[in-house]
Ligand binder design. Sequence first.
Ligand code: PEP
Ligand code: MG
Length: 537
Amino acid sequence: MKQQSGKKIFGGIAIGKILVFPRRKQKIIRKKVANIQNEIERYEAAKAKAVEQLKEIYIKVLEENGESQAQIFEMHAMMLEDVEYNTSVHNLIAVNHINAEAAVESTAEHFISMFENMEDEYFRARGADIKDISERVLAILYGCYTDCNIGNDPVIIVADDLSPSETISIDKKKVLAFVTEESSVNSHTAILAKNMGIPAITRISVKESWNGKMAIVDGDNGKIILEPEEEIIKKYKNRQILEWEKKGEFFALKGQETMTLSGKKIQLCANIGNVADLSKVIKNDADGIGLFRSEFLYLERDSFPTEEEQFQIYRQLAEAMADKKVIIRTMDIGADKQAAYFDLPKEENPALGCRGIRLSLAKRDVFKTQLRAIFKASYYGNIAIMYPMITSLEEIREIKKILEEVKIELEMEKIPYGKVEQGIMIETPAAVVLCDFFAKEVDFFSIGTNDLIQYTLAVDRQNVEMEKYYNPWSEAVLRLIEFVVRIAHKAGIWVGICGELAADMELTSRFLEMGIDELSVSPAYILPLRKAIRELW
Ligand code: PEP
Ligand code: MG
């Protein structure tokens, strides 16, 4: 038995087999081959397996996340059957007598550079798809595992790191826990793991050889135990039972009010990133959705989601929550949430670059499509919108102009829409300083502490090395929050917190003292937080 300690992302206990997330680490070595036919057959077999995997993933993502996010896998399967791509691989093997791996690599390089030099934005973005499909074939040729090999039994996913798009493409029903080497605990990947409500730890020095081994992940203590003895498994199974019992106690709080002993009430809402999470929102009895991270609709696909696709998703949210509020945050693309088809120039400092509202205002058509879809869905429930990364009054004014255009268009088209509350995220120091002006323009504020900490303390939330400086309890940040609540209330608008700090129970009483009106957290935190609030004066 071996064990390693790292850092907790999300608590809980998982016991099961490890699956080392597919990563091809080998460098491609060009070799001469004698038997050309053999080599072509090796390539064809790997390609067929890749196509089969992509079709399986397509079905899984379709069931879990809907057509819009599944499409990309269908397209990748088609790309792998492309005649030109395949002819190139076959020719390179036959003419140059090289191995399949080298032929795939050269073919990929050729097509990637061809696409990247094209004028048309759409075709330029296809380079990333070629890279993806070629990597898949190479992983199979090298005998690495790939995503759909999860099999029937749920597993502990072990990886060096996972990107937000990789995380959303994993079949969540089959994941017991995440163990990574270097995820920042403040990254969106970590946030997605929390939204899933399963144990997750990082800072573990992971090894390929762990694949298939039995392990225990102790999320509460940030620990992984490899090949545990029966005794230890028994001990952890008992702890698991206690956890489930505790969950049972929490579930008894469903339907109860979130109110302190002295009668202070607060809204407890959920943060989610896709419609599949709706069941968790309902199961945990959230008072509403305080943050729908709409940017995840834009990831893991190869083109912008259409108005109709988005409308269907927002409508589903609105209808499922009935009269409870659903706050849709407009797309916060940029920084660590990248989608190749946006074709954004490479930035030295993406967190300080074209992200959030800046990108929406730069891509007005894309933004307008999203606003139209949200407004159309507002007819079916209680929808509010909020905008990320606001730093100036000009941005709010610009948004308002676009909103007016959207409303006029919908009226002319005789498309009904409801009343849509308008809010902004307070996640930059500039937004805090200017919040008295902003309060005159909007209906509510939602404080995004993940970014507010990053920008106030000048610490990159993605940078693992800088984590010691990323101090969520910094008085600098807490004072800013207090200031925003005071100013918002003076102006007569409500204010919530939707960053990860909202779930920090060591701060709950302080937030209540400040007078915060709403806390929005990952669904799994709702009932424990309700319990804590009900025990406070
Ligand atoms: C935040 O910054 O606190 C927030 C909620 O937004 P995100 O984590 O998606 O950047
Ligand atoms: Mg943010």
